[in-house]
Design a protein around this ligand. Sequence first.
Ligand code: KPL
Length: 306
Amino acid sequence: MTTHWILGPGAIGRLLAHSLSPIAATTLLGRRALPARQMLTTPEGEQHMLPLHSLTIAQLAVSRPELPTFVHITTKAMAAESALAGITGCIPPSTPLVLWQNGFLAQPRITQAWPGPVLCATTTEGAYLTGDDGVVHAGRGHTFVGDLHNQHGALAEELAQTLTQAGLAATKVDDIRQRLWQKLAVNAAINPLVALNGVRNGELRGEAYAGRVVEVVKEVAAIMLAEGIAPPNDGNGEDAWLALVWQVVENTANNKASMLQDVEAKRPTERGAILGPLIESAQRHGLACEVLQGLDNELAEVEASF
Ligand code: KPL
């Protein structure tokens, strides 16, 4: 039986814990203690109240549970490195990590700094929390797993099989960097605009915002080209990126995007992990990024007002 520690008991962390618990020894780690019994609502609407093993970071240091086969980091992008730093004294440096963050900030930094294998996961599983003791698995998706330098294919395959067995369909891939940047491109076109304007994703299709989406995608498409990230669906540059963004807007029209949820809750957003790598790349390649920089500045002002 494999042993999984899940660092960050947000929606994806708790969904992972619920899914893995029946087939693997699983421990959910966070700063705060959680109720021992946790409710999972399935996409079909079934409710399961299950005991989940959870520990605070402070308890971990003294209780020393069995060492993990994998440590999943499921915090927000900006918190991943400090969360890892909080447990490094409790695990061997050879422990495989699995990074579930949005954007492209934590992944290259932790891959470079951590001596052991670092896998990255990108998922379209939909989940949200309903409080300290509940998570709703809102929609089934797919998870792709790989590492940035394609050095740990067998480990990625083992993890993909475990996740699939746990009911979270997953595939090992050799192009996780491409997939992370593709998701980042879509997030950059949707998240800042909806967060700054307090609207659901679908409203971006309206006259008030559609032109701004096109402006963002123009800059993003040029940056993707410079980064060697293939346009989606074997398409052509800007048009293909725009088509993907409109498709995601359509599919998630009723969603309150994660960045809007952060702004509403007065939490720091993931702008540093989504807009940050794009702006850094544009500057490195001498490309225009006034629109992206403008969005980042506006979000920084909003965050400063919290
Ligand atoms: O991933 C998303 C998010 O909310 O972060 C999008 C694609 C914008 C859907 O809401």
